[in-house]
Design a protein around this ligand. Structure first.
Ligand code: SF4
Length: 461
């Protein structure tokens, strides 16, 4: 990575990140009958609800321990106890997830200790999962990952299961962990496992809770999500597979299960593009001993054909990629395969993972120079670079719209948040079919641009 830009100011200007408890709330929403409680002021829960609602277009409930001035001075234990009891009384959840916020972390609340005391006083409460998510330490991506690992640590192998609750299967049992992907992509992963006759526990599974259908009766919490018993039984699986970037051990649930219970663990990047999807399917087959379904071969062949058709539109087009680490890494691999030239890749995450990962990858065929890779980066800094680089296309979340509008560069919405387009939950990117869908969107964006800027008015492009 280049030297950090010397800023004439100390703030982030239109940051390329949201906050850690947002990721925690998102992950908790993928557990069946789980209510997130954010330990801090009400504004944190309100902001996060607003962001998630406008992206997923679903009702989102997130409780808060509702700090006030006295809580900040005397600590938030009494508020947390009250919040947990209220949620238990009103929603009857099977799990309560507790994420900290900047404020509770700054005053030094010992939430783990609070929970031990609350549990002693009220043994009838369901499992409480504490996660430390101070937003000044990372982004929503880190909050999401820490929450998944925290959930596994709190539940896997820690509770007794009845005989009926223990997962039974003729096929292999697999734990599958994903970073923040769309509900539609989760459904595709489930379909692949089902075709390969693998009994998978996907965590978190928000494919229904954040993208559900119409209800004929009221549910206090949306149906769906990974069942509590499945998470408790994760220590009995034949293996785990973690999707996403090469995150550090303290964010990785599969790593924890391997170390604590000896469950074999593997990792691969998000299966976007031909190479990455090939790799994902071969790892899946290797871990479980199951064959790759024939339908995958047909979808792969169609995608190769589409790559060929798209080449004349895309080769050498300069793109800027931004968003969460795993998403940017996956987009970079995809861009390299289809002949795009990624000139700038950036994320708001300060983790250092994006730089470490992309630097190891070969230079894309269409690139004369390695891309600029920026971490802990905001759109204020990105604007100056983009003006210099003059890319043909931006690929990332809706937060790039200001730059897109100001510089008249098209923006293809991918990732989170997507507030100014419809159908974010149904976007596909994973697997051969998902990649084809992403490819179609990229090519159409390029074509539309060419057509709208042409004085001739081409009808064939
Ligand atoms: S105060 Fe911190 S935790 Fe709360 S919304 Fe802002 S960044 Fe997120």
């Amino acid at each position: 990575m280049d030297k950090p830009i010397e800023k004439p100011y100390a703030h982030a200007s239109n940051p390329c990140r949201q906050c850690m408890p947002l990721g925690a709330s998102w992950a908790f929403k993928g557990i069946e009958s789980c209510m997130p409680v954010l330990h801090g002021s009400q504004g944190c829960a309100t902001y996060i609800r607003r962001y998630m609602i406008s992206h997923f277009r679903e009702p989102i409930d997130i409780a808060s321990s509702s700090f006030d001035e006295t809580t900040v001075i005397f600590g938030g234990e009494a508020n947390l106890e009250k919040a947990v009891l209220n949620v238990h009384r009103q929603y009857h959840p099977r799990v309560i997830g507790i994420g900290t916020t900047c404020l509770s972390e700054t005053i030094g609340d010992d939430v783990d200790r609070f929970i031990i005391r609350i549990r002693d006083k009220y043994p009838e409460l369901p499992p409480l999962i504490p996660v430390s998510t101070p937003s000044y330490q990372g982004t929503q991506e880190e909050g999401f990952l820490r929450t998944v690992q925290g959930t596994v640590k709190t539940l896997a192998g820690q509770y007794q299961l009845t005989e009926e609750a223990i997962p039974q299967s003729d096929g292999p049992l697999l734990n599958l962990f994903m970073p923040m992907i769309t509900p539609a992509d989760i459904r595709w992963l489930k379909e692949v496992l089902s075709r390969m006759k693998i009994k998978g526990t996907l965590l978190p599974d928000y494919s229904d809770t954040l993208d559900g259908g119409m209800w004929s009766e009221f549910h206090p919490m949306p149906p769906g999500g990974t069942a509590l018993e499945q998470i408790i039984a994760m220590d009995r699986a034949d293996g785990s597979l973690e999707l996403g970037s090469d995150y550090p051990a303290e964010w990785r649930p599969g790593y924890y299960l391997q170390k604590r219970f000896g469950v074999p663990n593997a990792r691969c990047g998000l299966p976007v593009g031909i190479d990455s999807t090939d790799h994902f399917l071969s790892i899946l087959s290797e871990i479980t001993g199951q064959e790759i379904p024939g339908a995958c071969e047909q979808a792969r062949s169609r995608l190769i054909d589409a790559y060929g058709d798209a080449h004349k539109y895309l080769f050498g087009k300069k793109v800027v990629l931004f968003g969460d680490t795993s998403t940017v890494e996956a987009l970079y691999r995809f861009a390299s395969e289809v002949g795009l030239d990624p000139v700038l890749c950036f994320t708001g995450s300060p983790s250092g993972i994006l730089e470490k990962t992309l630097e190891k990858l070969p230079l894309p065929e269409a690139s004369a120079n390695p891309p600029l890779i920026k971490e802990n980066f905001d759109f204020g800094d990105a604007e100056a670079l983009i003006e210099e680089l003059q890319p043909d296309l931006l690929i990332g979340n809706s937060k790039g719209y200001k730059i897109s509008r100001k510089m008249d560069i098209p923006l293809l919405r991918v990732g989170f948040p997507i507030h100014d387009r419809f159908g974010a939950s149904r976007q596909r990117m994973l697997g051969y079919e998902g990649t084809a869908s992403l490819l179609d969107r990229v090519v159409n964006e390029v074509m539309e641009r060419k057509q709208s800027k042409s004085t001739v008015g081409y009808t064939y492009i």
